[in-house]
Design a protein around this ligand. Structure first.
Ligand code: FES
Length: 104
């Protein structure tokens, strides 16, 4: 069964930025502000043990992992640039009264 958790005020994620959060089940996720909309994916690059919220850069809807410059579309999780081949898990996000909620 899925659950929804309240994470942080949307104002704390400026446009073009990535923020790391931990879900109650211990999973690390990354929150991205793409043109004012928030998206959530698993925080770990599927190519290595790298935190995208710490080591990634967001350009439009693409996050680039700084280790080997692989990329993902954060709106779908899809791997869009080598050497990344496996998609990131994505999570539904809702902003309720200015607070980011994620379902996992
Ligand atoms: S660890 Fe992310 S691209 Fe290699």
């Amino acid at each position: 069964m899925s659950e929804t958790v309240k994470l942080c005020p949307v104002d704390e994620i400026p446009e073009g930025e990535i923020r790391g959060e931990t879900l109650p089940d211990g999973s690390r996720i990354a929150l991205y502000n793409v043109g004012g909309r928030i998206f959530a994916t698993a925080d770990r690059c599927t190519h290595g043990e790298v935190s995208l919220s710490e080591e990634g850069t967001l350009e439009g809807k693409t996050v680039e992992c700084s280790w080997h410059f692989g990329t993902f579309d954060v709106t779908t999780g899809e791997a869009t640039g080598m050497p990344c081949e496996h998609a990131l898990k994505t999570y539904p996000v809702e902003v309720i009264e200015g607070v980011v909620h994620v379902t996992y």
